[in-house]
Design a protein around this ligand. Structure first.
Ligand SMILES: Cc1ncc(COP(=O)(O)O)c(C=O)c1O
Length: 380
């Protein structure tokens, strides 16, 4: 027998789809950079392991790394110190730590729809109710403040935000960050700001909630920026009063984040900058290819992503998102059906451009053929 809460969550639909794919399918479903970590960082990891950094470390993370992260956030709030920083086992554990620390049973939590797949299940695991707020193409996938005012209730505990967004690629303008902060103030809410794609932006820098709202907990990660999703290093930036509470809970989940990968990340923060820039340059070029080809595909409309490495076209085909993704899978292309990210992801596909230019062109050619076949009525 398992606890009731285990029945409240499922393995993500994305995984099920991948498992059904043939090995030579073009994969436009990847949620991680198709790059290796910068070579200096890989070398630093080997050194760390060889030189004996293989033991437990402090639960909030090694001091030098916390200090280095704090330094970065001091430009946003000059009072930031390492006491505000907790190193986590990736952003995923950071999100779980925040949920365990902030949400009580019976609370309501405002979550983006469509939004990253962990926000609602985490709320449910705590006995809280996720209350989805809409992100629509008409509003360039930005939150609608009037709708948030209608959804908020005396039970609302927190607002979860994600900019740059997975799956939409939207990046909040500064004024959206200011308005959402004022909204949280008005209703006495915590802000859980998932900023893991912060450094993967194409138009303008992303605006962090740190230094704008003193109610914000920032969830961040090195997974995407240093192309090291398997290394499991992320971090939380939290107000001084909240950080010790978060750290207690975090200790009960992981004891401490992995020591050798923290040492390597510390090296990467100084040495990995050029590798990150060149990765973002490549994503920018691919984004141009993808948006150009998609905008010429019958039945699709697309808001060009301003950040992350996803594009989220909406389709007007007579298909559900799962059916469309299933058809494409049978034609040899893996995409992610938009509805795994929430009800408003219906009639959308998420395509990841963490794939080579060649694979993007091949995958998009299949997609365009499929769209043409649908238009001609030749798809069963
Ligand atoms: C929006 C968002 N937040 C958090 C994560 C978690 O990343 P990680 O646990 O690898 O740091 C992801 C991963 O895909 C994501 O897309």
């Amino acid at each position: 027998m398992v606890a009731e809460r285990a029945r409240l969550v499922e393995i993500s639909g994305i995984r099920r789809l991948f498992e059904a794919a043939s090995p030579d399918a073009v994969n436009l479903g990847l949620g991680e950079p198709d790059f290796d970590p910068p070579p200096e960082v890989v070398a630093a990891l080997c050194d760390a392991v060889r030189s004996g950094m293989n033991h437990y470390g402090p639960s909030a993370g090694i001091s030098a790394l916390r200090e280095k992260i704090a330094e970065r956030y001091r430009s946003l709030d000059p009072t930031t110190t390492r006491e505000n920083i907790i190193v986590t086992s990736g952003g995923s554990e950071g999100l779980m730590t925040v949920a365990l620390t902030l949400y009580d049973a019976g609370d309501e939590v405002l979550v983006p729809n469509p939004g990253f797949v962990l926000y609602s299940p985490h709320a449910r695991l705590m006995g809280a109710t996720p209350v989805p707020y809409s992100l629509t193409a008409e509003n360039r996938y930005l939150p609608d403040l009037d709708e948030l005012e209608r959804l908020v209730s005396p039970r609302t505990r927190a607002l979860v935000v994600n900019s740059p967004s997975n799956p939409t690629g939207a990046v909040f303008p500064k004024k959206t960050v200011a308005r959402l902060s004022a909204f949280a103030d008005r209703h006495d809410l915590s802000i859980v700001s998932d900023e893991v794609y912060e450094e993967i932006v194409y138009e303008r820098p992303a605006t962090s909630f740190w230094g704008v709202s003193d109610r914000a907990v920032i969830v961040n990660s090195f997974s995407k920026t240093l192309a090291m999703t398997g290394w499991r290093v992320g971090f939380l930036v939290a107000p001084r009063t909240l950080a010790p509470e978060l750290n207690k809970v975090h200790y009960h989940i992981v004891a401490c984040p992995p020591t050798p990968t923290q040492v390597a990340v510390l090296a990467g923060l100084s040495d990995g900058e050029e590798a990150r820039r060149s990765m973002v340059r490549e994503f920018r070029a691919r984004r141009a290819i993808v948006t150009r080809l998609l905008s010429r595909t019958p039945g699709l409309s697309v808001v060009p992503p301003e950040g992350a490495f996803y594009v989220f076209p909406r389709f007007s085909w007579d298909r559900t998102a799962t059916e469309a993704a299933g058809d494409l899978l049978r034609r040899g292309v893996i995409t992610t059906p938009g509805d795994v990210f929430g009800s408003l992801g219906a009639s959308h596909l998420r395509l990841s451009f963490a794939a080579s230019r060649e694979n993007l062109r091949r995958g998009l050619a299949v997609l365009r053929r499929y769209a043409a076949d649908l238009a001609e009525g030749t798809v069963p």
